[in-house]
Design a protein around this ligand. Structure first.
Ligand code: 1GP
Length: 247
């Protein structure tokens, strides 16, 4: 079954899905094996791989390792075209629609498209909306775009609707990795009500309670990265998975 179809089925059956971002950066060099194993034990539904900035040249080595170790779908969550490779089951083919930087709206995508075709990757058309999580996020800096303010539900919904009418299949509501403030529940609920596309919600989610709150607000999928990157916090994986699945 295709990855996106499978994700939608998970959402239907479990109410929502839990996706763990495994960041193949230097900081995670020693823990990839353990982290991927813990993700599998936790009951999470898929793995995202990617990011905005990598501090050494071993990105592809680690991404390949994640794929090799994983029986869950491994989905590329690209910060740039140079993260493409054969070690994924699908790609979130994203446009940063909250921003007005043409390179991240369509430039990178044009460079990526023939490579995605050649690799035979399943492409999941994704509108990426960056919100101001208060953390001066790396993606804000790297994409040279302004995030959407948290108090402008109308603005957020207008972006979501534009994505829907452009044919996007998924909205990724992002507060930024390590965000101080998560995407507000009101925005999630309004997006669900007014746009009704599957919603990935991530950035700053660190506890099962907050994950559950986002699901109840209307999130279809919860993404966590930073909170579970520390071996001491691996227990959170299963706790968040249960909260997301309503178990
Ligand atoms: C980043 O939404 C993800 O794109 C995860 O954010 O690292 O804060 O969990 P965190």
């Amino acid at each position: 079954m295709y990855v996106f179809e499978n994700l939608l089925k998970i959402k239907e059956e479990k109410g929502a899905g839990y996706i763990v971002l495994v960041d193949p950066d230097r900081k995670n060099d020693g823990i990839i094996d353990e982290l991927v194993a813990a993700v599998h034990e936790s009951g999470a539904d898929a793995i995202l791989v990617g990011g905005s900035l990598f501090m050494d040249g071993k990105y592809h080595e680690r991404a390949a390792k994640i794929k090799e170790l994983s029986s869950l779908p491994v989905i590329l969550f690209p910060g740039a075209v140079n993260q493409l490779g054969p070690h994924y089951d699908a790609i979130l083919f994203m446009s940063v629609i909250s921003g007005r930087n043409p390179n991240y709206l369509i430039g990178e995508q044009v460079i990526a498209a023939p490579i995605v075709k050649d690799l035979g990757l399943e492409s999941i058309a994704t509108a990426y909306l960056l919100f101001d999580g208060g953390g001066n996020s790396t993606v804000e800096f790297m994409s040279s775009t302004r995030p959407l303010p948290l108090n402008r539900t109308d603005l957020a919904v207008a972006h979501g609707l534009a994505a829907k009418y452009l044919g996007m299949k998924l909205l990724y509501l992002e507060a930024g990795s390590g965000a101080k403030r998560t995407v507000p529940n009101e925005i999630i609920t309004a997006m669900k009500r007014e746009v009704d596309l599957p919603l990935f919600v991530g950035g700053g989610i660190r506890s099962p309670d907050v994950a559950r709150e986002k699901v109840e607000a209307g999130a279809g999928f919860i993404v966590t990265g930073t909170a579970v990157e520390d071996v001491k916090n691996f227990h959170l994986l299963a706790e968040i998975a249960q909260a997301v699945h309503g178990e």
